[in-house]
Design a protein around this ligand. Structure first.
Ligand SMILES: NC(=O)c1ccc[n+]([C@@H]2O[C@H](COP(=O)([O-])OP(=O)(O)OC[C@H]3O[C@@H](n4cnc5c(N)ncnc54)[C@H](O)[C@@H]3O)[C@@H](O)[C@H]2O)c1
Length: 355
């Protein structure tokens, strides 16, 4: 059961096993919330070299009032979400004397969240992790649900485990320092979440007057938490969160992860999903929203649709050799595990090059 209470500038969702707090106060308020949710004899802050200089110091000072703190900074970017980085962070935690009574604090975007969560999940058979997401992608999506992991050369997120956070604490003010294109990437996940949720969230997102503020972050978090609560280990309902990601991931794979950011590829994937859903009006509206938030709506015409179709067939979420698509009946009504013929898929990808 979800309970929610208003604090001064902070709102919280009780997700059952952990609390989600969204509001201002990276300093003392957050340190207290971390210490309450995950009391520890050592706090290991994992961050990246773009986020740590901006936000680590006040958190270190405030957390040090509760227990010794070590800081483990990794290079920023998806290219560093690897087994090597995981090994370096856990070696650093050993050197810093972290024991089983350590709490890992993930301070950063989805890359840091996934990596630090994975470190916490396996370090000495598992220690707690608190997620402090600092990108829009992480605040509306990746910090919740407990999926952690690193990429392998063969594929994204190919090594990972489920490890639910002890708490998620998000300050939307941290988004002010986010590069514009990273903020745009986050909007792809917001639009995806709004299509899944329907109702007031979709109404708000389609209203053209929407900001990445506390209420938006909370509404997206609430949607994701509700889906995850119904299916923590991705056996059914959780696959709805994959809306736009099947073709999105295939576009990333077919272009060697260099041509599009993840959020940009997901935006294009959403358009392909809406073509496959036979929803031309909704597709047009979503294309308008993506463009408004600075996201591409047209696939680079030098990309061969056949390469995208081939990459889709290798999707790691295929079951029994079949890739199940998430299609949209209407905002708030998405269907998982849908079969799509290679011809229809090729046509939907080809349409991305025309529109
Ligand atoms: N676990 C999940 O359920 C889940 C869901 C969606 C995505 N993901 C993962 O999330 C990752 C993408 O996350 P992302 O989009 O947050 O990317 P990211 O973590 O790489 O962050 C994007 C860039 O912004 C910088 N940055 C972060 N916060 C900042 C701030 N407040 N100010 C200035 N710069 C800042 C980072 O250093 C980085 O360069 C992918 O690896 C994806 O697989 C996981």
């Amino acid at each position: 059961m979800e309970t929610e209470r208003s604090l001064q500038r902070v709102r919280e969702i009780d997700a059952g096993s952990y609390r989600v707090t969204v509001g201002a106060g990276l300093r003392h308020r957050f340190a207290r919330a971390i210490a309450d949710a995950a009391p520890a004899h050592h706090y290991a802050i994992v961050s990246d070299d773009a986020v740590a200089p901006l936000y680590a110091e006040p958190l270190v000072l405030a957390l040090a009032a509760h227990a010794p703190v070590s800081v483990h900074v990794v290079p920023s970017g998806e290219a560093h979400k690897t087994r090597d980085t995981w090994a370096r962070v856990t070696d650093g935690m050993l050197d810093a004397g972290c024991g089983r009574d350590t709490t890992v604090v993930a301070l950063g975007g989805g890359v840091v969240g996934d990596l630090a969560g994975f470190c916490a999940a396996v370090y000495q058979r598992g220690v707690r992790v608190v997620q402090i997401p600092t990108t829009l992608v992480a605040q509306v999506d990746s910090a919740y649900g407990g999926k952690t992991g690193v990429d392998l050369p063969q594929g994204k997120n190919y090594a990972g485990v489920y490890h639910q956070p002890a708490a998620v604490i998000a300050d939307p003010r941290a988004l002010r320092t986010l590069p514009e294109e990273e903020l745009a990437a986050g909007w792809a996940e917001v639009i995806k979440t709004a299509l899944i949720a329907g109702g007031p969230l979709w109404k708000r997102v389609r209203s053209h007057a929407v900001e990445a503020d506390r209420d938006l972050v909370l509404a997206c978090a609430r949607t994701k938490l509700a889906v995850v609560a119904a299916d923590e280990r991705d056996a059914g309902a959780r696959q709805s969160l994959n809306l736009g990601h099947t073709v999105g991931h295939a576009i990333e794979t077919a272009t060697g992860y260099r041509r599009y950011r993840h959020g940009e590829a997901v935006g294009l994937g959403l358009l392909a999903a809406l073509t496959l859903s036979a929803q031309p009006a909704l597709r047009e509206e979503v294309a308008g929203l993506l463009a408004e938030h600075g996201l591409p709506t047209r696939l680079d015409p030098t990309i061969d649709p056949a390469d995208v179709v081939a990459a889709t067939a290798r999707d790691k979420k295929r079951r029994g050799g079949r890739v199940g698509f998430v299609l949209v009946e209407a905002p708030g009504d998405v269907r998982t595990g849908m079969a799509v013929s290679p011809d229809d898929l090729r046509a939907a990808v080809a349409e991305l090059e025309r529109s």
